[in-house]
Design a protein around this ligand. Structure first.
Ligand SMILES: NC(=O)c1ccc[n+]([C@@H]2O[C@H](COP(=O)([O-])OP(=O)(O)OC[C@H]3O[C@@H](n4cnc5c(N)ncnc54)[C@H](OP(=O)(O)O)[C@@H]3O)[C@@H](O)[C@H]2O)c1
Length: 238
């Protein structure tokens, strides 16, 4: 029996893809959002359908509010049983405070905060019983000055998670996951990730499967809302 349709933004690659595949194996149908990864989206759809679930892909540039505002209604018109929204899509750009220009600031906030804000609002307008999971970052604890605006977007998304959990209870639970070093940035290398991870308490990078486990816990534990799970090898402690 289907668990309803799960929406995963930025769901074609890396952590989003791992979450989508896990959701399919748990019995969810999938609405996969992507922006530039058309080829990866088509490959993932074939894999998901091979697992016996329904799967569709939706292109949207989350930097543009028109695209954001159309996305949930587009999905809703195809899938009447939406039950889960995973706000996973994100940009992660290095920029110091003194070098930050308004266009850069606006792009980071549009994709990392404005998009999940309005996708969650629209989800809550359609869905009476469901849940939202926001992908945050262990950097919400103390921020990272090398990723100044990015850190602020995730800190704001953390506060949004808690406020939305209050506002949308009891029908919709809203939680977050705060990954530490899991995968190198798309333009980074595995050795840079290993070097970074040596400085955190557990000394090694994590794996997308550990984010999958956090997601499954949040989905299954119906008494948890407004929480944020750190899956970061102890990075929040330093
Ligand atoms: N990787 C880590 O170790 C790590 C650490 C801490 C936090 N996180 C958080 O965990 C989540 C997943 O991480 P990740 O590294 O797997 O993410 P990622 O690969 O950096 O990005 C995921 C997707 O976001 C989409 N995206 C970027 N700009 C977009 C735009 N303008 N419009 C629509 N979609 C856009 C991209 O879709 P397309 O490819 O289709 O363009 C991309 O595939 C993110 O929220 C991230 O902040 C990850």
């Amino acid at each position: 029996m289907s668990c309803g349709t799960a929406i995963v933004t930025g769901g074609t690659k890396r952590i989003g893809r791992a979450l989508a595949l896990a959701l399919a194996s748990d019995g969810f149908d999938l609405a996969i959002h992507y922006h530039t990864s058309e080829v990866a989206a088509q490959a993932l759809l074939a894999e998901l359908r091979g697992m016996g679930v329904r799967a569709r892909a939706y292109r949207a540039d989350l930097a543009h509010s028109d695209d954001v505002l159309q996305l949930i209604p587009r999905i809703q018109s195809d899938c009447a049983d939406i039950s889960l929204l995973i706000n996973n899509a994100s940009v992660f750009d290095r920029m110091s405070f003194l070098e930050t220009e308004p266009a850069f600031f606006e792009n980071e906030f549009a994709i990392n905060l404005r998009a999940p804000f309005f996708l969650s609002r629209d989800f809550a307008r359609f869905v009476k019983n469901g849940q939202i999971i926001n992908l945050l970052d262990t950097r919400i604890r103390s921020g990272d000055p090398d990723y100044f605006a990015y850190s602020l977007t995730k800190q704001a998304l953390y506060h949004f998670t808690r406020l939305a959990a209050r506002e949308l209870a009891p029908g919709i639970r809203v939680n977050g996951i705060c990954p530490g070093p899991i995968l190198p940035p798309p333009d980074g290398s595995e050795s840079e990730l290993q070097d970074y991870a040596r400085r955190i308490p557990l000394g090694v990078p994590g794996h997308p499967e550990q984010i999958v486990r956090a997601m499954r816990y949040l989905i299954q534990n119906t008494f948890v809302t407004g929480d944020c799970l750190f899956v970061d090898g102890g990075e929040q402690l330093i």
